[in-house]
Write a protein that binds this ligand. Structure first.
Ligand code: FES
Length: 346
């Protein structure tokens, strides 16, 4: 019967032929970290095969991919992807200290099977930032800075929440909000609508800030939809939901691109594809985004009808195109007025 000998615990267990290492560990109560829940997406379950590599199954294709990305030696294997048959294997778990153990215990919470800490989800990510806030804050007393920020975050929090999102991270005068954690279908619409409402809300707040501080706030917003790992992050006693992945980084870079382009609200092409029936877009711009090759298309959004009533109405009337005709007329009117204003000023 095959055996696994664990280091540094110096503990041996008997297993069935073709048992998967991670499953055998968890069944026997051996703390074995497995952040992605055993789907070859994290590498935290990795083990060093000290003896008996010949009894280990060949790498599965997800493991091959991950091993290539992380440049893993042949002896380093993912416990969630490796079966053992016919002999004794000695291995060393690579995530083993007491802090790993604490994470492991909260992850398992009474379960004996693999349980992911995070989950890959398609979501919409919104980043926002107040333009030129540092010099403005330097002209204020610290209490006033806190007051202005709290007032601003409070209003924006309402906007995000009533459109189905949550603010999950504050970064100085900026924040990140996630949409579609429960239902990804409307995530893009919700995030874009929230962006438009934020711009409207800041216009309502500005007379107040002008009276008090002789200053108007201006914000930049970026939205991108894509796959990210959503999970709890932070010390066990104060964890918050967050999202991590390329999609998040891209959303942040889209927000920053507003400064280069001179816009307030930009969305990615992926987001545009999902909202183009409803969103009123002023222009498409090509921008160099760090980490992306070539120029990346972004769309400046200037309008979006409220949710959710209109979205449902659209699905009913879409076949007759009444709503689309209406949106096209509004868009044409907007462009005509804008052009007239430009000519008038020049
Ligand atoms: S790769 Fe994540 S648990 Fe194995």
């Amino acid at each position: 019967m095959p055996h696994i000998h664990y280091l540094p615990d110096d503990r041996a267990i008997e297993i069935e032929d073709d048992d998967i290492i991670l499953e055998a560990s968890l069944r026997s109560g051996i703390p074995h970290t497995h952040v992605c829940g055993g789907s070859a997406r994290c590498s935290t379950c990795r083990v060093l095969i000290v003896e008996g590599l010949e009894f280990c199954s060949p790498r599965t294709s997800p493991e091959v991919e991950l091993a290539k990305k992380l440049r893993l030696e042949p002896e380093v294997r993912l416990a969630c992807q490796t079966q053992i048959a016919g002999g004794k294997v000695t291995l060393r778990r690579l995530a083993i200290d007491s802090e790993d153990l604490e994470i492991f215990n909260s992850q398992m919470a009474g379960k004996s099977t693999a349980n992911p800490v995070g989950k890959e989800k398609k979501i919409a990510i919104l980043f926002s930032d107040i333009r030129g806030f540092t010099p403005f804050a330097e002209s204020l007393l610290p209490y006033d800075v806190i007051y202005v920020l709290n007032r601003y975050f409070q209003k924006m929090g309402y906007v995000i929440n009533r459109n189905g999102g949550i603010i999950n991270n504050y970064m100085g005068d900026g924040f990140m909000a996630l949409f579609g954690l429960e239902n990804p279908e409307k995530a893009a619409h919700q995030a874009v609508r929230a962006g438009i409402e934020m711009l409207e809300e800041i216009e309502k707040l500005n007379p107040y800030f002008e009276t008090l501080y002789n200053h108007r706030l201006r914000i930049g917003i970026g939205v991108h939809c894509g796959w990210a790992v959503v999970g709890n992050l932070g010390a066990t006693q104060s964890q918050t939901v967050t999202a991590i992945g390329d999609a998040v980084n891209l959303a942040s870079r889209i927000e920053s691109a507003n400064k280069k382009v001179g816009t307030n609200f930009l969305i990615s092409e992926e987001t545009y594809e999902e909202v183009k029936e409803l969103a009123i877009v002023n222009r498409r711009v090509l921008v160099k985004i760090p980490g992306k090759s070539g120029e990346y298309p972004l769309y400046e959004v200037v309008g979006m009808p409220p949710l959710p009533v209109e979205i449902e109405e659209v699905s009913e009337v879409k076949t007759s195109n009444i709503w689309q005709d209406f949106v096209n007329k509004i868009r044409a009117l907007y462009i005509a007025v804008r052009n007239w204003m430009r000519n008038w000023w020049s």
